[in-house]
Design a binder for this molecule. Structure first.
Ligand SMILES: [Zn+2]
Length: 203
């Protein structure tokens, strides 16, 4: 992984700057892949699509910024958001409105991943408040209906949001030839049958 000079972001609300990590190159060797399609690669650190302003606390989308780099110095700031921050970001950005469906899809996928990070991936399996489950469910349905085209992925998202009946219905009609996919499908089926909606590591 080759880091680049810090990228400078300017908050559209308060006008103050924030420096974040930039990458000249990276790679996905040894990356972890999870069933919710999240990839975690040590040699390709994720730089958050949504950034939180450290000065005023508002959220903004990095891709909407003009690209400026510091003359010198590197930053290791990725700007990753916790699930509580991601919920705040989601309600702020939804109220402001998205530029297009792609942007909304990216934000909603982040919300899905942040929930799984918070309640499952980091091992924090406490009781999940009903309000969070409801948000996760509604958001998951949006992703299934607007973004996800692959049937294996649709099944997995139905399972994660706890709709085992629909997940099973799609599973029963799936025809999969590829060995790797077959293995994933049988891992999903096992979990659907035991009513388990936890995200799991694929590799
Ligand atoms: Zn600000």
């Amino acid at each position: 992984m080759i880091p680049g000079k810090s990228q400078i972001l300017t908050c559209p609300f308060c006008g103050k700057d924030k420096e974040i990590m930039s990458l000249v190159s990276g790679n996905t060797f040894g990356a972890e892949l999870w069933s919710d399609n999240k990839q975690i690669a040590l040699m390709l650190p994720e730089i958050s699509y949504i950034q939180k302003c450290p000065h005023c606390g508002k959220y903004y989308i990095k891709e909407r910024q003009s690209v400026k780099y510091a003359k010198e110095g590197y930053s290791d700031e990725q700007g990753l958001l916790t699930f509580p921050e991601m919920k705040e970001a989601f309600s702020q950005l939804t109220a402001e409105g998205f530029i297009d469906k792609e942007e909304e899809g990216n934000v909603r996928m982040m919300l899905h991943h942040a929930y799984n990070d918070y309640y499952y991936r980091t091992g924090n399996k406490n009781v999940i408040p009903e309000k969070d489950q409801k948000l996760f469910h509604e958001n998951g349905l949006w992703l299934i209906n607007n973004l996800i085209t692959d049937n294996v992925m649709k099944t997995e998202f139905y399972r994660e949001i706890g709709d085992m009946k629909t997940a099973k219905k799609i599973l029963d009609s799936l025809v999969v030839e590829d060995d790797f996919l077959k293995q994933i499908v049988s891992s999903i089926r096992e979990r659907v049958e035991s009513n388990n909606c936890e995200v799991f590591k694929i590799q």
